[in-house]
Ligand binder design. Structure first.
Ligand SMILES: [Zn+2]
Ligand SMILES: [Zn+2]
Length: 325
């Protein structure tokens, strides 16, 4: 038996503009975004609407979708930039829980498209006049892991989107298309006002400085402070300490004492021969961080008793126990 024909969700029209099958027209001429061969819109009532190649071909359906959606996004964003037409975007903020609205093109001057199809670089980027990315769009195939560069965008105050290659626009309105998509990362005006520490290098420096100051240890709860989620108050600073960000900036080895009792332990050797131990503790619904500097030729004697089994014992209690005498 023959294999069923591969179904395609995108094609290019006579002007080389990507057209999703949702907007295809009967008997209009179409070509394939990858091989440029003739495509036909199948808009019958029997099977789901799709494009098919007129002749036999090797094109991968998902690769066609990624190439076409990338082109579609870049084209429509570029036209909006040139017409100075805003692309309003509303989202639920991960950091403060509020709803924010911002023009995605507010600081955008250029639209860059990744024509090399590199795994780590965004498919489409909006940059300001200096080439600094303001928004990044990653189009991801089925089962593809999130690129490191996308994960690194968390909390950095710029927009980042992880778009499924299966998404199909219902119109040629890019704002309407994006309104259904939650951001992977986004700016937060409240964060900016509070100057939350969320830059990896700044955070590492702050932790090291903290460890070199008397009493050479620190512990603090990861909590909602002034409406800002997952923050540790360190003196006058608010430090963002959501676990994925901590893992990226500090890292550590997971020690699981019980299903809902976890300690991530990391150590940083210092140039003076000393060593800083850093902990991220999660107990039931509570989280805390702790750190302590040990002088050369000494090391911690990490002992944990089983009080964590008590319901009222929190991550902060554990953090205190790990670093204070
Ligand atoms: Zn093709
Ligand atoms: Zn916010």
């Amino acid at each position: 038996m023959d294999k069923p024909p591969v179904e395609y969700r995108w094609a290019l029209d006579a002007n080389d503009r990507p057209v999703p099958i949702t907007l295809a027209q009967r008997s209009a001429p179409y070509t394939c975004p990858l091989c440029r061969d003739v495509m036909i819109a199948r808009l019958g009532t029997q099977v789901q609407h799709h494009f098919s190649h007129q002749a036999a071909n090797q094109c991968d359906s998902e690769a066609v979708s990624i190439a076409a959606l990338r082109r579609w996004l870049a084209l429509h964003l570029d036209e909006a930039v040139n017409r100075r037409q805003p692309v309003p975007y509303t989202w639920q903020c991960l950091h403060c829980g509020q709803t924010h609205t911002q023009d995605l093109l507010e600081n955008a001057t250029y639209v860059l498209e990744d024509l090399l199809n590199a795994a780590e670089s965004p498919d489409v980027r909006l940059t300001d006049a200096n080439g600094v990315a303001q928004a990044s769009f990653y189009i991801l195939g089925e089962g593809v892991p999130l690129p490191q560069s996308l994960q690194g965008s968390l909390g950095q105050g710029k927009f980042a989107f992880a778009l499924s290659a299966r998404l199909l626009p219902e119109s040629h309105d890019v704002a309407a298309f994006l309104s259904d998509v939650a951001p992977f990362a986004a700016p937060c005006p409240l964060w900016d006002q509070a100057d939350v520490v969320r830059q990896p290098e700044r955070m590492r420096r702050l932790l090291i400085n903290l460890a070199h100051r008397e009493p050479y240890y620190f512990f603090g709860a990861v909590e909602t402070v002034d409406g800002l989620a997952d923050v540790v108050q360190v003196g006058r600073y608010k430090v963002w300490a959501a676990l994925p960000f901590w893992q990226q900036v500090v890292g550590g080895t997971l020690n699981r004492l019980a299903p809902n009792v976890e300690i991530f332990i990391q150590n940083w050797e210092q140039t003076d021969g000393g060593i800083i131990y850093l902990y991220y503790v999660r107990i039931r619904e509570t989280s805390a961080i702790a750190l302590r500097r040990y002088p050369p030729h000494s090391a911690p004697n990490i002992r944990v008793d089983d009080r964590y089994r008590l319901q009222r014992f929190t991550a902060l209690d554990m953090a205190r126990e790990l670093v204070s005498d």
